[in-house]
Structures are given as C-alpha cells and as structure tokens.
Design a protein around this ligand. Structure first.
Ligand code: ADP
Ligand code: MG
Length: 292
C-alpha cells in the first residue's frame, strides 16, 4: 500500500512529516493505551559521542581506540559511529579486522594482527569468559550518569572501557508530557544496561523500564502487554526494533532510523520527533469524527 502522507505544521512553522500506512493504522494509533519506547535513537538522538576512555593491561588510549575502531568499522550501530569519530579526531590509524562478526544487542568481535578482540556490553564479555571486575566501579559511575559503557577485550583480557553520551532529543520531554496527558501508559524497553536505562528514564519521569532486552525480548514484552488486554503502540528506530514494531498493534518507526524498522512500521515519524505521535492521534480523532 502507498503510505498516506500527512504533513502537520510544527509550532515554529516548520513541517513535520507523519507518514501513515493506511486509515486503519491511524485508527489503531488513536486507540492505543500503552506506548513502549526504545531508548537509543528514539528517546535520545541516537548520535552518541565518546566521552570517557580507560585503558587496562598495558594498553593506552590510542591502542584502545585503534582496536575498538578496527571492530566498529564493520558495524552499523550508533556506538560504532562514536568510536570511529573519536579515532579520527585522535588521528589513530585503524587496522583491518579479520573474521568480523556483530552479535545483535551484545557487541562485535574480530581479529587484529593475530589478537582476538571483542567489544560490547559487560554481559557480552562475561559470556566470553573475560573478567571485567577492574572496570566495574568506573562503569557503574558512568552508567549512573546515563552514559552507555562498552568494554574491550584483547586475547581474553580486559583492555579498555569506552563510555558514550547520547543526548535526549530536545522534543522528547514535551512529547512525553502530551502522551501522558492523553492517557497513555509509557514504558521504556532497551538493550542498554539497567543502570544506564534507569538514569535516562529518571530524567524523563519514566517509571517503567525494561533493560537488557534483546530484540526477541522486546517483541515478547509487547505480546505480553497485548495478552493483558492493552492496545500497544511501539516506537523504535533500529534494525533490532523491527520484531517489536511488528509485534505491536501499531508500530511507529523514526524516519531517521534503519530501513527495516521503517518497513516494519505502520507509522513513520520522518523527523524523529515523538510529538508526531500526538499530532497523528489528534488527526485520527478528527478524521474518525468526520467519518461517523
Ligand atoms: P538499544 O536497545 O539501546 O538500541 P542494542 O540492543 O542495539 O541497544 O545494544 C545493546 C547493547 O549491546 C549496547 O548498549 C552495547 O553494550 C552492546 N552493543 C551492541 N552493538 C554494539 C556494537 N556495535 N559495539 C559495541 N557494543 C555494542
Ligand atoms: Mg534504538
């Protein structure tokens, strides 16, 4: 089906595109009572910047950046962009990685100059049998500030810690206030760590947080809410949000996000502005009134 394109003016006279797949989608959006929101790229801008770096086990900052960038060059994750930008800013030369593999929701792996590397969540490294205690205190402090922390391992030993900051979208607080006023229950679902998720949620007044969620977990969470009788809207931007978008009564993709997310969605917010959900609901209410 060709999406109906509905353009709604924003306060400052700019135009915000809300693309709705069909009339039924508009109706279902108006009927939703629970909204699940992904964190990275949905509540936040999804353009993280590297803010902190620590080196372990005889490595230094340049070595950590070099090895991390060698792995992230093959990744499309927003974290990868932060690492690549920092490596470029520091002028480090990035070697080729062999046997690169991305593990969705966990991290990346590969080999550089014979050294087996892994970069990702502390849980990912733990699964690989790598001791990460040396980074734990620093990690906890950074996560409490809402930063996302990833750890680097080289040949089975902790080599580095990288923290990134991903600012909340300017329009998010106003969007959440409006969505709550419209009676929607707001839930955050993210692959990020519980501490980082809680810190970001606290800043936004979101009380219900599900962290450490794999793409399948997010979809299962939504199925559970639906089984409880909720009419569930889900907003996300990433490749890993596609199953959750498809599991919801109404999937909302952020236009700046991955193509697969946009394809799985009933509604696309071209500018990534969550206030578009409110505009579309108002429009739906008005349209349905006219029909009846
Ligand atoms: P989100 O739900 O916030 O979009 P993801 O499910 O994509 O998060 O990722 C969850 C976690 O897995 C990240 O916070 C990070 O720790 C780790 N991770 C995933 N992809 C990468 C990557 N390319 N590089 C480093 N870490 C990664
Ligand atoms: Mg995301």
């Amino acid at each position: 089906a060709t999406p109906m394109s509905i353009m709604v003016a924003t306060g400052r006279g700019a135009q915000a595109g809300v693309l709705v797949r069909d009339a039924e989608a508009l109706e279902r959006l108006a009927g939703a009572d629970l909204l699940v929101l992904d964190k990275t790229g949905t509540l936040t801008e999804g353009r993280p910047r590297l803010t902190d770096l620590a080196a372990f086990d005889g490595h230094d900052r340049a070595a950590v950046l070099r090895l991390a960038a060698a792995l992230e060059r093959g990744s499309e994750h927003p974290l990868a962009e932060a690492v690549m930008a920092a490596a470029e800013a520091d002028g480090v030369s990035v070697p080729e990685a062999e046997g690169f593999a991305a593990v969705t929701g966990k991290g990346v792996e590969g080999t550089v100059a014979g050294a087996r590397l892994a970069l990702g969540s502390a849980g990912f490294l733990a699964e690989l049998g790598i001791a990460t205690e040396a980074a734990a205190e620093r990690q906890a402090a950074l996560e409490a500030e809402g930063r996302t922390v990833v750890l680097l391992a080289a040949d089975g030993r902790l080599a580095g810690l990288i923290a990134v900051s991903d600012p909340v979208r300017e329009t998010t607080p106003e969007a959440l206030a409006g969505l709550r006023a419209a009676g929607l229950r707001i839930v955050m679902a993210t692959g990020d760590s519980p501490r980082t998720a809680a810190a970001v949620a606290r800043g936004l007044g979101i009380e219900e947080v599900h962290a450490g969620q794999s793409p399948a977990d997010k979809a299962a969470l939504i199925a559970r809410f639906r089984a409880e009788g909720h009419r569930v809207a889900m907003a996300g931007d990433g490749v890993n949000d596609a199953p959750a978008l498809a599991a919801a009564d109404i999937g909302i993709a952020l236009g700046s996000g991955a193509d697969v997310a946009v394809e799985s969605a009933h509604v696309t917010l071209a500018s990534g502005d969550l206030r578009g959900i409110l505009r579309a609901r108002r429009l739906a209410a008005a349209t349905l009134r006219n029909i009846r």
